[in-house]
Design a protein around this ligand. Sequence first.
Ligand code: SF4
Ligand code: FES
Length: 218
Amino acid sequence: MSRKIQEYEGRDVTVRYEVKRCIHAAECVRGLPQVFDPDRKPWVVPDAAAADQLAAVIMRCPTGALQFERQDGGPPEAVPAENTVGVAADGPLYVKGEIEIVDDGGSIILRDTRIALCRCGASQNKPFCDGRHAEASFRDTGALAESGPRPDEYEAGGKLTVNPAPNGPFLLQGSVEIRSADGSASFYGSKAALCRCGASNKKPFCDGSHKEIGFVSE
Ligand code: SF4
Ligand code: FES
């Protein structure tokens, strides 16, 4: 996975931006237009806002395209206490938590607290979403084929590993809550296989359809 990360150094905060993971012209530009202005060069000017404000807006970037490092002794981004997957209607899986993306051999590809995973099969930057679900006319309401109340024994938090299985689903291991797009239903578990080919009839879960459609993940 090749990664190109741009760096914008400010007095109090250094901002890092991974263009290939940005899909979503909203949170940053809307939250701090004086810092994030796509029509300006450079498009990020970290000193145009207070460090706390800037960090708060960056932490709302749902894809992890934006990251920050405090130079002023301020706190780094906290790891969320719970791992959640938000299923977006016609869009990706937004994962938050103590996330590790691992390959088949168990090697860590990326550690992050915010990622957007492709679930339509069309991204050119798999396993991340690159916005191609729109061109691909991917349609799914974001309802859950399986859901239920939070079990008493469910313990939130801890590491969540995500293994994009070759030509198959995302294999999740670790405590996780999966939320429907409208927020009305959740699935709680310590394991899940989530569709990333777009063809499952049990979305967001994998039902084996990737084999029938000959899904190729790379
Ligand atoms: S994905 Fe992140 S960096 Fe891209 S526009 Fe949205 S908030 Fe900004
Ligand atoms: S990855 Fe889509 S059905 Fe298995």
